[in-house]
Ligand binder design. Structure first.
Ligand code: NAD
Length: 389
């Protein structure tokens, strides 16, 4: 059939440094940029102790800022104040997606005037950042979000029960240092939920309505690795090969989502995460099979000529490793994986059926939903929620 003219853009960080032990390179990179750093860390300060010491050894003045859970607006505002007071010119963030997003948001506000609210979609002024962020080195310790190479930060507004994104090309960190050995300490439950986030991001970017050849290649490489290695990393957190493949899958998911689109899983997960304290990855895993099913069915019924249907077959082949697999086999594979990973039920997080219509309404407006390969009806979205519940 007729093809549209291809147009795309691909933006990422200036340097990606990948490999076991690569975290040791971060201090010298930081030292080339500045000599006062805000070190953003997660709930376990032990994990970043040696990085802190190495930074100090290079003569860098370090001010630490700890992130105990998923970031909120207040937390970011506090971090910016801390960094300003100490005259920090560089942000080094080492931790899960929560820590990386906090670091990215702080780096953006260090160089841009005004309040955080000015730059937020939905709850704020939706203004664009005018200036590049302060230099930021992002060092992930989970294999899930790929936030080290994405251009948004997800921030919670607890009093409004929503999560919103700060989005800009300027939010891309300067350097991503991906050291798979940092992920060895993740317990199986966190390996599972973060790994499902990576898998979902790769899958949604591959079947979205705005893919490009660059993200396609990245998604294929990432999907095959996540399919081979997620369960292995869950069973044995010290399986170096599995951890390495998951770190690649997570990084590739970030590269893909920052340059293609996502879909209904993230469209639903966004609003839902703001309302219930379930980990982002658990929500992704719980919704993925049902969104796959709904999308494939809707395409078969309403757009049977869509080239995206063949992509679902390709996904099934990549996930199962079976050259004969069809879309339905991919759905079965994902369902089985979620069982093997002993993913908790959404009921455990207090999700209530009476909230479903609000979730449907909010997910329609979510930016990820605009990338779904086909527009789902309210009835279809409601059925997905009921099944995942
Ligand atoms: P997280 O950062 O919230 O961390 C989850 C838990 O794992 C925390 O308790 C943390 O202390 C712990 N942890 C982290 N690294 C560990 C390690 N090596 N060993 C042991 N424990 C470890 O989880 P996440 O899934 O990485 O990030 C989730 C956040 O990222 C959410 O706020 C989500 O909305 C956001 N997100 C952002 C993007 C983006 O592009 N910016 C994409 C997807 C999700």
């Amino acid at each position: 059939g007729a093809r549209t003219i291809m147009e795309f853009e691909f933006a990422t960080v200036t340097r990606i440094i990948f490999g076991p032990g690569s975290v040791e390179k971060a201090p010298s990179i930081a030292g080339q940029i500045g000599d006062r750093a805000l070190l953003v860390i997660g709930s376990d300060a032990e994990r970043t102790k040696s990085l802190r010491q190495r930074l100090l050894k290079r003569g860098i003045r370090v001010t630490s800022f700890q992130v105990m859970g998923e970031p909120t607006l207040d937390l970011v505002i506090e971090g910016v104040a801390r960094a300003r007071k100490a005259g920090c010119e560089i942000v080094v963030a080492m931790g899960g997606g929560s820590v990386l997003d906090t670091g990215k948001a702080i780096a953006a506000l260090l160089t841009n005037r005004g309040n955080l609210l000015d730059y937020l979609e939905v709850v704020g002024g939706g203004q664009q950042l005018a200036r590049p962020s302060a230099p930021c080195i992002a060092i992930p310790t989970t294999s899930g979000t790929g936030a080290e190479v994405t251009r948004n930060a997800v921030l919670g507004v607890p009093e409004k029960r929503v999560k919103v994104s700060m989005r800009s090309h300027f939010m891309l960190p300067s350097v991503a240092v991906v050291d798979p050995t940092l992920t060895y300490s993740m317990p199986p439950s966190i390996t599972a939920s973060t790994g499902l986030d990576a898998l979902t991001q790769l899958l949604e970017a591959f079947v979205c309505n705005r893919p490009n050849p660059l993200t396609d290649g990245i998604c294929r490489e990432g999907l095959m690795r996540a399919a081979r290695s997620l369960y292995r990393a869950f069973v044995d957190g010290r399986d170096a090969a599995a951890r390495e493949e998951m770190a690649v899958a997570s990084l590739f998911g970030g590269l893909a989502l920052a340059n293609a689109k996502l879909g209904a899983v993230h469209g639903i997960a966004g609003p839902l995460c703001g309302m219930f304290p379930a980990p982002h990855g658990v929500i992704c895993g719980r919704f993925l099979p049902w969104v796959l099913e709904a999308n494939i069915r809707a395409l078969q019924q309403r757009e049977p000529a869509s080239p995206i249907l063949a992509r679902y077959d390709e996904v099934a082949r990549m996930l199962t490793g079976d050259a004969e697999a069809l879309a339905e086999d991919g759905i079965k594979w994902v369902k089985r994986l979620c069982e093997e990973l002993r993913l908790p039920s959404l009921r455990e997080f207090g999700l209530d059926q009476t909230d479903f219509s609000l979730v449907v309404a909010n997910s329609r407006r979510a930016s990820s939903m605009q990338g779904n390969p086909i527009a789902l009806t309210d009835e279809e979205l409601m059925r997905i929620l009921q099944k995942a519940f």
